[in-house]
Design a binder for this molecule. Structure first.
Ligand code: F6P
Length: 366
């Protein structure tokens, strides 16, 4: 008999509910108890945020986006902003309180579903003695030790569908449409959706772009009697001069900057330099929503079931990952060491170049 607590942290991703479903059912089959912690570590601090999960509570959730437990990317218990009596914000470490409550409530293991930030926090708790198993989640697909994270396939499908829809309107107005997709500092969503959606230009964080190269591709299209172009820009794309695009930190309790603005900038520059009519749009959180694709659902269910097997095997401070199509246990510190970047020698990048997609490389590099 074991008592498990499960949490979802960081930005949501389609497939979170499928992991919860698999964990609850796999535990139930073994006669174990499962509790869900609301909004990240909420349930470790307040019993009102702790919810007992039975199979009936997760019925039919495996194909629903989001997370029934709620999530937050501002809830690092090791540096938690709280308001004191004088109304000032103080950053405090509440991890000891969480450890005490975890032990007092008699939990045997915490299954933490999250991206690199949440897994880093889970590892710090493992160092304090909490048995932890990680499950990798992020639409960005930027965790190095797993071939895929769930949520990515759904985000790519959503972005591809949106890009598909831009073609007819771009063509009707002879316009250049610049669409910004998510992915932080990795260009996976931009590359996959850009190739699949017939983009003329794809801008990746991994290849600093030359706006002149982008304009040249658009003008080459004109010469070939194609009077519209589609540019897909990853939110983390940088110019060859190192200019990135973000909206600053902005949010209390969160270290990373909020990315955004590249599509607007590219559209404006292309408009000025080519005299083409341009429009920009940001796909934003649509990419995080909706029902997970079959691929993501299956991966998430496999991750959830594998995480419970790892509890049985006492593979603590490990993350479940997809390696050579199999479920593997990876030490969390190794899993979060680096962000997974697009390999510029990979077949997908070569394919993009072969089918005439401009990747914004400097003209001198051609
Ligand atoms: O990491 C997932 C992600 O969707 C990124 O692609 C994006 O930059 C970020 O989260 C957006 O975060 P938020 O939901 O806080 O706006």
């Amino acid at each position: 008999m074991k008592k498990i607590i499960i949490s979802t942290g960081g930005g949501d991703a389609p497939g979170l509910n499928a992991v919860i479903y698999a964990v609850v059912h796999s535990c139930y089959k073994r006669g174990w108890e499962v509790f869900g912690s609301r909004n990240g570590y909420g349930g470790f601090l307040d019993v009102d945020d702790l919810v007992r999960l039975y199979p009936k509570d997760v019925e039919g959730i495996y194909n629903i986006g989001g997370t029934i437990l709620g999530s937050t990317n501002k809830g690092n218990p090791f540096s938690c902003p709280v308001e004191n009596l004088a109304g000032e914000i103080q950053v405090v470490d509440i991890s000891d309180k969480i450890m005490t409550n975890f032990k007092r409530m008699g939990f045997d293991c915490h299954i933490a579903i999250g991206g690199d930030g949440s897994l880093d926090i889970a590892h710090r708790f493992a160092e304090k003695g909490m048995p932890v198993i990680g499950v990798p989640k992020t639409i960005d697909n930027d965790l190095e030790m797993t071939e895929r994270t769930f949520g990515f396939d759904t985000a790519v499908s959503t972005a591809t569908e949106a890009i598909d829809k831009l073609h007819s309107t771009a063509k009707s107005h002879n316009r250049v449409m610049v669409v910004e997709v998510m992915g932080r500092d990795s260009g996976w969503i931009a590359l996959y959706s850009g190739i699949s959606g017939g983009a003329d230009v794809i801008l990746l964080p991994e290849i600093p772009f030359d706006i002149e190269a982008v304009c040249k591709k658009i003008l080459d299209n004109e010469l070939r009697d194609k009077h519209y172009s589609i540019v897909v820009a990853a939110e983390g794309a940088l110019t060859k001069d190192g200019q990135g695009f973000n909206k600053g930190k902005g949010e209390l309790g969160r270290d990373e900057v909020i990315l955004g603005g590249v599509a607007e900038w590219v559209a404006e520059e292309v408009g000025k330099r080519t005299e083409k009519d341009t429009r920009s749009l940001v796909l934003g959180h649509i990419q995080r929503g909706g029902s997970p694709t079959t691929f993501d659902r299956l991966l998430a269910l496999r991750f959830g079931a594998a995480a419970v097997r790892m509890v049985e095997e006492k593979k603590f401070d490990h993350m479940v990952g997809l390696r050579d199509s199999h479920m593997a246990a990876i030490p969390i510190p190794e899993a979060i060491k680096r962000r997974k970047k697009v390999n510029l020698e990979s077949d997908k990048v070569v394919t993009a170049r072969d089918i005439g997609i401009c990747l914004g490389d400097s003209l001198e590099d051609e």
